[in-house]
Design a protein around this ligand. Structure first.
Ligand code: NAI
Ligand SMILES: CCCCCC(=O)/C=C/C=C\C=C\C=C\[C@@H](O)[C@@H](O)CCCC(=O)O
Length: 295
């Protein structure tokens, strides 16, 4: 069948700058992807969309039984050679380094990394920082060693999973909010480093609204929300008013960040109204501001 542009319906050469032909798009066939926190929820949806687009996927999760179970399900649908599951805690340098080394041994390379593992726990807030921010930093640094061109890697793309709570405060979860803002800042800075040092690796950020996954049940428990539990009604109202995303919709936004080779240091926000790229000024000086008289 002849090509037809999904944006303009054109069958001929054209320049809409929005379809796969016009954009510079990464072909995912036979690429090797790694997803952390892959055993369920958003991670699982990212794994599935990568598989549907032809990649091989290494799944990393701290939950071995869920990971093994998902691996058997995926084997039936996609074949045994398309995925591998590795048990690892993203807060452990030894675990994550070991898992990435095994992945390179098994699949030969890493082209795509999604640092997705995340928790919400305002009580054990040090753990939340260690998983949500520490895990993203560790995953990025360790994977770059395999991916960057100066080390003989093929370049590629890293997607770090933040949240809309990485762009504005979510009062029920200040530490979670801080970690997700941290993911945005770290990823933008590393994207600049990657460009300046010519790593050949794009680094982008996904910022979803509430998604129907097991993470959301943390909202109902004092074990996780602790002193902020009285504020949970605010989040419930936000969900009632605007709805909750399905994980497979978020995966489509994830795929845009993976494939569009013009994107580096970009943050894609997705909520029930749709997906939009966030426009950050390059310099703090360019932020909207109000002068203050210090006299
Ligand atoms: N569900 C939501 O409303 C939203 C989630 N996010 C983010 O998306 C990411 C995924 O969240 P969900 O799928 O909703 O959560 P989930 O709880 O359904 O899945 C998270 C997965 O990460 C794994 N994991 C947790 N700690 C780990 C560790 N230390 N090492 C390795 N694996 C670990 C868990 O075992 C689990 O399989 C998180 O970073 C979360 O902050 C962002 C915005 C909204
Ligand atoms: C506490 C459970 C966390 C669930 C995971 C998650 O990351 C969900 C995030 C969803 C939305 C975050 C939105 C943040 C918006 C802020 O920018 C601010 O506008 C919210 C102000 C409160 C309000 O509008 O009432």
């Amino acid at each position: 069948m002849r090509y037809r542009c999904p944006v303009t319906s054109d069958r001929e050469e054209h320049k809409c700058d929005r379809c796969d032909r016009c954009l510079s798009v990464m072909d995912l066939k036979d690429k090797v992807a790694v997803v952390t926190g892959a055993a369920q929820g958003l991670g699982r949806s990212f794994v599935e969309i990568l598989l549907k687009n032809g990649s091989k996927v290494a799944l990393i999760d701290v939950n071995k039984s869920l990971g093994d179970e998902l691996k058997s399900t995926l084997d039936q649908e996609y074949g045994r050679d398309r995925t591998e599951f590795f048990t690892a805690d993203v807060t452990s340098e030894e675990d994550l380094k070991g898992a990435l080394e095994k992945i390179v041994k098994t699949f030969g390379r890493i082209d795509i990394l999604c640092n997705n593992a995340g928790i919400i726990n305002e009580k054990h807030w040090e753990k939340t920082i260690a998983v949500n921010l520490g895990g993203v930093v560790r995953g990025t640094y360790l994977a770059l060693e395999h991916m960057k061109k100066e080390n003989g890697g093929n370049g590629g793309v890293i997607i770090n999973i933040s949240s809309m709570a990485g762009l504005g405060p979510l009062p029920v979860a200040p530490i979670y909010t801080a970690t997700k803002h941290g993911v945005v800042g770290f990823s933008r800075a590393m994207a600049a480093v990657s460009k300046l040092a010519d790593y050949g690796v794009r680094i982008n950020i996904l910022c979803p609204w509430f998604v129907k996954t097991s993470l959301l049940s943390s909202l109902n428990s004092e074990d996780y929300i602790e002193r902020f539990l009285p504020l949970k009604a605010m989040s419930e109202t936000m969900i009632q008013k605007h709805g909750c995303l399905e994980a497979d919709v978020v995966a489509k936004a994830f795929l845009v960040l993976v494939k569009d080779e013009s994107k580096n240091g970009d943050a894609l926000m997705i909520d029930p109204e749709g997906a939009v790229f966030i426009s950050f000024p390059q310099k703090a000086k360019d932020l909207p501001s109000t002068p203050v008289n210090l006299e």
